[in-house]
Every structure is written in C-alpha cells, then in structure tokens.
Ligand binder design. Structure first.
Ligand code: HEM
Length: 393
C-alpha cells in the first residue's frame, strides 16, 4: 500500500484483467475496462459486493437478517431499489445550497485548528482529517457533534462484521452496538419527522414520506449509516494524502499560502494522483467478457480506480502531479455510472476549504522530519495511519 502504482502499471501492461487466487477476486486495471463495467450494472451487480464468506453464530446470523444490516440502500444495492433510494437522496442533496454547507465546513475547520494552532505541531489525522469530515456529515444529517466517537465505533463495527472473522464473544459485542446504532437512527428519523430541522435527513424523510415509494424504516437507517460511513473515511484519507503531497512541493505550497494557487484544480489532481478509494467491488450476474478475458458468473470483480487514474491512455506522465493538466476531472476517483459518488461536491469543497485554511492559519506549515509514512492495511481505502506536521507559532 505504500506505493502500489508500479504494480498497477505492470498489470495494465502485462495482464490488465487478472485473477488473484489469494483474494479470490478478479482485478480490472485499465480505465476503459473499468468504465465499461461501471456502465453495466445489470451484469455487474453491486448487491453483496462486500460479502466475504465468514462464520457467524446463529445469534449473529439472526441479527443480520432482521436488522438494518440486511437492507441495501446505496452502495450495495441494484436497480430498481437503488434507483428509488438514489432518486430521493439526490433530491435531498439538491437542498444543500440552502444549508450553508461551506460556512459549516469553515466553522468546524476553524474550531479544530483553534484547538492546536498554538502548539506548533499536530498529528493531522487524529486532530483534523478524521474529525472534520465526520463532523461535517453528522452536521449534514442533523446528528449531534458530540456523537463522533460513537459513530466511529459503529462504522468500524459494521466493516469488521462484514470483513473480519471474529470470535463468538466479539460478534455478540459488535452486533449489540450495531443494534444500538439502529435504535439511535430510528429515533433520530422519528424526531426529524415530527420536528424537521435545517438538515439533509429532514429533507430526505419529508421527500420519502411524500413519495409513492417511500424508503422503509430499516432501509432509511441503512441509508444514514452508509452516508456516515461513505462520508468520512474517504475524505479523511484524501485530506491526508493531499496535504502530504502538497507539503512535499514547497513552491506550490508557497503559492497556496499567498492565495495565488488554483486550489480546485490542485484538489482535482490530488483525487487523480492520490486516489483514496482505491478499489470497489461488483459481482458478475452471468459469464461476461472484460477486456478480452472471460469471467464466470458469480465472481467478485474489483475495479481499481487508482490504476485507471494512472492509465497513460488518458493521463500523460501519470506519476507527475500537475494541476495544470488538461481534463483534470476525467479521473474516476468518485466512480461512475449509477453509483457515482453522491458526496463528490461535498468532498471537493471540504478538501479545498481545508487546504486553503491550513495554509492561511498555520504559517510555515511543513512535514515533521524523520517520520515514517505508514499506510492503512486496507484493500479498498488508501490513506495514512498518521501524518505529523509542524509550523511556526
Ligand atoms: C474524497 C472523498 C470521497 C471519495 C474518494 C469517494 C468515492 C466514492 C466512489 C468511488 C463511489 C462509487 C461507489 C461504487 O461505484 O460502488 C462513491 C459512492 C458513494 N459516496 Fe463517495 N466518496 C467520497 C466522499 C463522499 C462523501 C463526503 C459522501 C457523503 C456526504 C459520500 C457518499 C457516497 C455514497 C452515499 C455513495 C454511494 C452512491 C450509490 O451507490 O448510489 N462520498 N464514493
């Protein structure tokens, strides 16, 4: 994970669609092949795409089958159910302009920076890049900001339950906490129904109630949980990768400090060059050919967005960080097709605001010398475990 790009380059050249027996998964590495898959949700299903064969106790199995965990809303759903939820979520997101989101982001970022500006140094992930997107998504959903730690625990619990083999005891503890999160969201949804606030969840509940096909309660819980999950770690990782990259380019950072740099272009290039969602999965619903390779029915297929974003067919000299390159937005960092990231405008804005404010408020910001950059051991998300920074006080 430290530098997977040479491996991706080789895969694109030598075996652009390959099978990994260790991960029991097909990998698609070229830009065009990935776009073809994204445009074909009928043959490449998103339902159950993150299901790994694990041993569950009878109690865990029962809880999974009867709780919000058995429901699909966005990421792991297919049409027509996905179409309905996505239509309502899109409509709710279109109200964002009214919610003064940029002001909220600035407010939260300022508060976080106030907390450490006088120290002259910080661990960026813990003190800024994790809490910022988490607090932004909670604020959007109208959930209390003090609940950050609980949501982090619930997000970790959900991922672990899906991907990690746990003991019976661990499963019991994890599912108990996930049922608590279900009650939390059910109560929150009811409160928004009775007393709508200036938030996305209030909009979504209202739109759903008025729809001929409303989102049912546990599917609504699943939607809230997916938004919280998809809305934080993705952006946390981009913020860390982007800051590390920019602090390594002193001339560019100096320009940003002086307010003379094209920040939207820089963030777009960071999304391309340092893609934070490296891969996402699909399952084939029939035998299907991808890039000349026959993939049987029922197989897991991973789309390596990070590799597509370094495909030299579309991005000349792909390892060069060049905010001036043409068609910066052509990257696939936010996926494509019916599952295209619903939070892309928010993620872009958060990262732009963050870079601008860090440069303005922390003079002489630089990477702490001698640190080792360690990356998450995660096949989907690429990000730094921690990032130490310093500045002049
Ligand atoms: C840098 C930040 C982000 C990155 C790189 C990113 C990336 C992605 C990608 C690649 C997908 C496509 C999934 C697929 O094809 O299966 C996706 C979907 C999604 N993203 Fe993001 N995302 C980011 C931020 C956000 C934020 C801030 C939110 C919420 C506010 C969000 C909510 C979602 C949701 C709900 C989906 C599922 C959409 C659907 O299935 O219809 N994302 N994201």
């Amino acid at each position: 994970m430290e530098d997977p790009y040479p491996f991706y380059d080789r895969a694109r050249r030598e075996e652009p669609v390959f099978y990994s027996p260790a991960l029991r998964m097909w990998y698609v590495t070229r830009y065009d092949d990935i776009v073809t898959v994204l445009k074909d949700p009928a043959r490449f299903s998103s339902a159950g795409a993150v299901n790994v064969p694990l041993e569950y106790t009878p109690d865990t199995r029962r809880i999974i089958q009867t709780s919000f965990l058995s429901h699909s809303s966005l990421t792991n759903n297919d049409p027509p159910s996905h179409t309905n939820v996505r239509r309502l979520v899109n409509a709710a997101f279109s109200s964002i302009d009214r919610l003064d989101l940029q002001e909220r982001v600035r407010g939260i970022a300022n508060e976080l920076i106030d907390g450490f500006a006088g120290d002259g140094r910080a661990e960026f992930v813990k003190q800024f890049s994790f809490p910022l997107p988490m607090r932004v998504i909670l604020s959007l959903l109208g959930a209390p900001q003090d609940d950050v730690a609980r949501h982090k625990q619930w997000a970790d619990d959900w991922i672990k339950l899906l991907l990690v083999q746990m003991s019976a005891q661990q499963q019991a503890e994890t599912t108990a906490r996930l049922l608590e999160s279900e009650r939390y969201w059910l109560e929150m949804i009811e409160r928004r129904r009775e007393q709508p606030g200036e938030d996305l969840l209030s909009e979504l509940v209202e739109l759903s109630d008025a729809s001929p096909e409303p989102i049912e309660p546990l599917q609504m819980v699943n939607t809230c949980a997916v938004l919280t999950l998809a809305g934080h770690e993705t952006t946390t990782n981009l913020l860390g990768l982007c800051l590390r990259r920019l602090l390594g380019m002193r001339d560019l950072w100096a320009k940003i400090e002086k307010g003379g740099a094209p920040i939207p272009r820089i963030v777009e290039e960071a999304l391309r060059a340092d893609t934070s969602v490296h891969a996402l999965m699909r399952t084939t619903t029939e035998a299907v050919e991808i890039g000349g390779v026959m993939v049987p029915e029922g197989e897991h297929v991973a789309l390596l967005f990070a590799s597509a974003n370094h495909d030299e067919t579309y991005f000349a000299d792909p390892s060069r960080f060049d905010p001036a390159r043409r068609q910066t937005k052509r990257h696939l960092a936010f996926g494509g097709g019916i599952h295209t990231c619903v939070g892309a405008p928010i993620a872009r804005m958060e990262t732009q605001v963050a870079m601008e404010m860090l440069a303005r408020r922390l003079p002489g910001l630089r990477l702490t010398q001698g640190q080792e950059f360690r990356y998450l051991a995660n096949p989907i998300h690429r990000g730094l475990n921690e990032l130490y920074i310093e500045w002049d006080t």
